[in-house]
Ligand binder design. Structure first.
Ligand code: PBG
Length: 310
C-alpha cells in the first residue's frame, strides 16, 4: 500500500557515479577516508563502468589524480590530448558507448597550489582561469565526453565554455554547472582522494558562503542564462533547502552532489555499529530526490543500485 502512494521513488538512472582514476594497470586502491571507495587505473575503471551499466546506472563523473611532476600553475596537463583524463574518456566510451560520460572541469587536481584556478600573488585570478577551463572543456569533448562539469565556481565560465564548444563544432556536448557550490568542510575526503587540498588559504573567494540562500538562486540563474543544461547544488544533505529552492525556480534538470564527507559520515557510523548502512543510504538518497534533485552524484550509486535491485 505504501509503495502505491509513495511520492518519491529512487531508480538507478537517478545516479551519477563519481570515479577516481590514476595511472597504471590493475590498480584498485582504497581511499583511507572513503572506506570501500577506490582510486582505479583505466583498465579497472572500465570493468567497473561495465558493472555500473548492468546495474542500470547511466552516467559516470570522472576525476583524475594527476602526478605531482605534471602539476603547475596553468593547468598545462589538463589540456594534454593524451592526458589521463582524455585517455580515460576514450577508454570508457569505447567499452560502454551508452554510458553518459561527464568530466570534472577545474584546475585543482592539476594545480601545484591545489586551487581551482590560476594563482597570482595570493589571489585566484578569474578571467585567465576561465580561458583555460574553456580549452579544457573542448579537450574533453574532443576525447568523447558527453557532458562537461565545471566545478570551479569562477564567474562567467559557463558562457566561455559554451562559446568554445560551439565554435569547435561540439554543439551536442552538454554542460552540467556546479552552480551553487558551497565552500564546505564536507569535501575533505575528496581532497585526500586526489591529493588536491589547497596549499594556502581556502576556497571561500570562489565557492559560496554556507550562510547564503538567495545567492544560490542568483548564481544558478546566471549559469542557465550563460548556457548550462543541468545545474547543481553541492553538498546535498546540509543543503536540501537550497535544492528545493533551486528546483522551484528553474526549468532545467537539477543535480545534487552527495559529497565525500557525507559518504564518510555514513561509512564511519556504520563501522562503529551506530547506523544501519543500507537504510541510511536509501533514506539519504530519497531525501535528496524528495528535496527536488533530478540527478544525484553519489559514492553510494553502486550500493544503492544493488539495493534497489533486491
Ligand atoms: C574540485 C572539486 C571538489 C569536489 C568536486 N570537485 C573539491 C573542492 O572543491 O575542493 C568535491 C567532491 C566531494 O567532496 O565529493 N573542483
Amino acid at each position: 500500500m505504501r509503495s502505491l502512494v509513495a511520492e518519491t521513488v529512487l531508480t538507478p538512472s537517478d545516479f551519477i557515479a563519481p570515479l577516481f582514476i590514476i595511472e597504471g594497470t590493475g590498480i584498485k586502491e582504497e581511499i583511507s577516508s572513503m572506506q570501500n571507495y577506490y582510486r582505479m587505473s583505466i583498465d579497472t575503471t572500465v570493468a567497473e563502468v561495465k558493472e555500473l551499466w548492468h546495474l542500470g546506472i547511466k552516467s559516470v563523473l570522472l576525476f583524475i589524480k594527476c602526478k605531482d611532476e605534471l602539476k603547475d600553475n596553468k593547468g598545462t596537463e589538463a589540456l594534454n590530448p593524451d592526458g589521463l583524463m582524455q585517455r580515460s574518456i576514450k577508454a570508457i566510451k569505447d567499452a560502454c558507448p551508452g554510458m553518459v560520460v561527464m568530466t570534472d572541469v577545474a584546475l585543482d587536481p592539476f594545480s601545484t597550489y591545489g586551487h581551482d584556478g590560476i594563482v597570482e600573488g595570493n589571489q585566484i585570478v578569474n578571467d585567465p582561469t576561465v580561458e583555460v577551463l574553456a580549452q579544457m572543456s573542448v579537450s574533453h569533448a574532443l576525447a568523447g565526453a558527453d557532458i562537461v562539469a565545471p566545478s570551479d565556481m569562477m564567474d562567467g565560465r559557463i558562457r566561455a565554455i559554451r562559446d568554445a564548444l560551439e565554435s569547435s563544432g561540439f554543439t551536442n556536448t552538454g554542460i552540467m554547472a556546479y552552480s551553487a557550490k558551497y565552500a564546505s568542510c564536507f569535501y575533505g575526503p575528496f581532497r585526500d582522494a586526489l591529493d588536491s587540498a589547497p596549499g594556502f588559504g581556502d576556497k571561500k573567494t570562489y565557492q559560496m558562503d554556507y550562510s547564503n540562500r538567495r545567492e544560490a538562486i542568483k548564481e544558478t540563474l546566471m549559469d542557465i542564462e550563460e548556457g548550462a543544461d543541468i545545474v547543481m547544488v553541492k553538498p546535498a544533505m546540509a543543503y536540501l533547502d537550497i535544492i528545493r529552492e533551486v528546483r522551484n525556480v528553474v526549468q532545467v534538470p537539477v543535480s545534487a552532489y552527495h559529497v565525500s564527507g557525507e559518504y564518510a559520515m555514513i561509512k564511519a557510523a556504520t563501522k562503529m555499529g551506530w547506523l544501519d548502512e543500507n537504510k541510511a543510504i536509501l533514506e539519504s538518497l530519497t531525501s535528496i530526490k524528495r528535496a527536488g534533485a533530478d540527478l544525484i552524484a553519489t559514492y553510494f550509486a553502486k550500493a544503492a543500485a544493488e539495493l534497489l535491485a533486491m
